[in-house]
Design a protein around this ligand. Structure first.
Ligand code: MN
Length: 304
């Protein structure tokens, strides 16, 4: 099944070019009082939500897919885990270009050395919300990646059990400011993690390590590869990450990007596609400039 979130936090089942509005299925979620759980509750209760969504679907309003604003299929991930250089050809590409590595040794080491990193959950948006370039004077790149969503608490998982912990798959864009700073900073501005177009439940993808993925910018192909070239494959990423910390339902894992990263600028239209998942169009705009407050003064009373 393909489960999407859209519009004003509506829940949808995607069938071909139609979205069935099954928002009522969210009524199966428990009510909460503070402190709230730190895992995503839709994914935690995914089986119950899907059961109810299937009941509602035949009589649910049908909306044309191209007329809804798609949000991230996961609203409240506890964490966004991401793999740094995890395709050999991308590693070679980074090592050969100072605009990508900025003479920072941590930028040119493969995943075996670097492990995985975390992106701020506040960076997460859906494809309909677009990317807002926050540092227009610096190079900002697209990275298309297979993303998966943890469905079951994972701690010290064995390789043969790894896929049992996945709720589903999506396309991830790991938008990146090039430069010397730590990845967690350069990849965490608002809108710099795009997840979509929907969550494809794990039962629809028998093997995540054989999927074609690609991205175009303004119709021009920039990245094209297959997840079979992952250095650490999906199972290995779960084994590795869960040996350091518990993965909770709703946690998002970005598996890393293949070669072909390139800049995006306001006005660009990006289309990302992953086999068996789908395709999503994302617009790039400039982030809003902070408003200048003419009355602002510094500590000694001078205008700032
Ligand atoms: Mn990446």
């Amino acid at each position: 099944m393909r489960l999407c979130r859209f519009g004003d936090n509506r829940l949808g089942l995607v069938e071909d070019a139609v979205v069935r509005d099954v928002t009522g299925a969210l009524d199966v979620l428990p009510g909460y009082r503070y402190p709230l759980p730190t895992s995503d509750q839709l994914v935690t209760h995914l089986d119950a939500v899907l059961r109810r969504a299937r009941e509602l679907a035949p009589d649910a309003p049908a909306l044309p897919l191209d007329q809804v604003t798609l949000l991230s299929p996961v609203a409240n991930p506890g964490k966004i885990v991401a793999a740094p250089v995890n395709y050999q050809k991308h590693l070679e590409e980074v090592r050969g270009d100072s605009r990508l590595h900025h003479n920072n040794p941590s930028h040119t080491a493969a995943i075996h050395t670097m492990g995985v990193f975390l992106k701020a959950t506040s960076s997460l948006v859906g494809p309909g919300q677009g990317i807002a370039v926050c540092k227009p004077d610096r190079r900002t790149d697209h990275e298309v990646e297979l993303a998966f969503v943890i469905g079951k608490t994972a701690r010290h998982v064995r390789r043969e059990d790894a896929l049992d912990h996945i709720a589903g798959y999506a396309i991830g864009l790991d938008i990146t400011i090039r430069g010397p700073e730590d990845r967690s900073l350069r990849k965490s501005p608002d809108t710099y993690t795009v997840l979509g177009p929907w969550l494809v439940t794990a039962d629809e993808i028998a093997d995540p390590d054989v999927l074609d993925l690609e991205i175009t910018v303004n119709g021009e192909q920039r990245q094209k590869s297959n997840t079979r070239y992952l250095i650490k494959d999906v199972r290995e990423l779960i084994v590795f990450a869960s040996s350091f910390y518990t993965l909770h339902p709703g946690d998002v894992v970005l598996t890393g990007t293949p070669e072909g990263v390139s800049p995006i600028v306001p006005g660009d239209e990006v289309v990302a596609t992953i086999q068996s998942v789908g395709s999503m169009r994302v617009s790039v705009r400039a982030a809003e400039e902070p408003a200048v407050d003419a009355s602002a003064q510094n500590a000694v009373g001078e205008p700032v």
